[in-house]
Write a protein that binds this ligand. Structure first.
Ligand SMILES: NS(=O)(=O)/N=C1/NCCO1
Ligand SMILES: [Zn+2]
Length: 261
């Protein structure tokens, strides 16, 4: 059927092009970021996330990741500045991670991957009426990527990992109000930026990627809770744990990756 894509042997990233030809496009994500090969662009100002008035609504398991959705009916939580010519509204955030001890980030840095990667997905509500419309428009989306490395417990991640047991099965959703994602940002907002795509089908080439250079630290114990999630539904006999839900780096095809200071 239509969207039975996944990360397994039978439906993984190397097969997505059959159903989603954009997979072989000219601005696909993720990519390997090679710091000494990119241009430092002094015209690139700081990025300014402003999530203080944000309204998280729920947390859900869509079978590919776990996502926290936000009320994006007004400009209460936006990101602006940097490479963005308008404020982009926060729609949701989700994670990608590996298996036990393996790495699970999507973007890599000089060939090195991190344990996990957090994506905060925003859309340009100045130019487009809906997220769906923005998601198919060039640069309609801005995704803020944050690397997670294993180390100490993250002081605030427990609010998310404690809720994961409520969304164990694919298709489950539960209330998740009052969460402000600014607590997941690292101390430095220095970033790399380039033009790319969604890293999951339909792989629309509509994303301005902003990847923070500084990772946040989370413990192996906190990360292991993500692997308890199932990519299968409650009604299915076969239980498949959700892990290694990352797409490998894609060809750069001549794109320029710029660096803030
Ligand atoms: N991994 S990603 O590029 O953020 N992909 C998506 N798809 C829907 C929202 O974000
Ligand atoms: Zn993602």
């Amino acid at each position: 059927s239509g969207n039975n894509w996944g990360y397994g042997k039978e439906n993984g990233p190397s097969l997505w092009h059959k159903q989603y030809p954009t997979a072989k496009g000219s601005r696909q994500s993720p990519i390997d970021i090679v710091p000494h090969q990119l241009s430092h662009d002094p015209s690139l100002g700081p990025i300014v996330p402003n999530y203080d008035q944000c309204t998280s609504l729920n947390i859900s398991n869509n079978g590919h990741s776990v996502a926290v959705e936000f009320d994006d009916s007004d400009d209460r939580s936006v990101i602006r500045g940097g490479p963005l010519d308008n404020p982009y509204r926060l729609k949701q955030f989700h994670f990608h991670w590996g298996g036990k001890g393996c790495h699970g980030s999507e973007h890599t840095v000089a060939g090195n991957s991190y344990a996990s990667e957090l994506h905060l997905v925003h859309w340009n509500a100045v130019k487009y009426k809906t997220y769906e419309e923005a998601a198919t428009a060039p640069n309609g989306l801005a995704v803020l990527g944050i690397f997670l490395q294993t180390g100490d417990d993250h002081r605030w991640l427990h609010t998310i990992t404690d809720a994961l047991y409520m969304v164990k099965f694919k298709g489950s959703v539960t209330d998740f109000k009052g969460f402000n994602p600014k607590c997941l940002l690292p101390s430095s907002l220095h970033y790399w930026t380039y033009l790319g795509s969604l890293t999951t089908p339909p792989l629309h080439e509509s994303v301005i990627w902003i990847i923070l250079k500084e990772p946040i630290s989370v413990s192996e114990r906190q990360l292991s809770k993500f692997r308890m999630l199932l990519s299968t539904g409650e009604e299915e006999d076969q239980r498949i744990h959700m892990e290694n839900n990352f797409r490998p780096p894609q060809p750069l095809k001549g794109r320029r990756v710029r660096s803030s200071v």
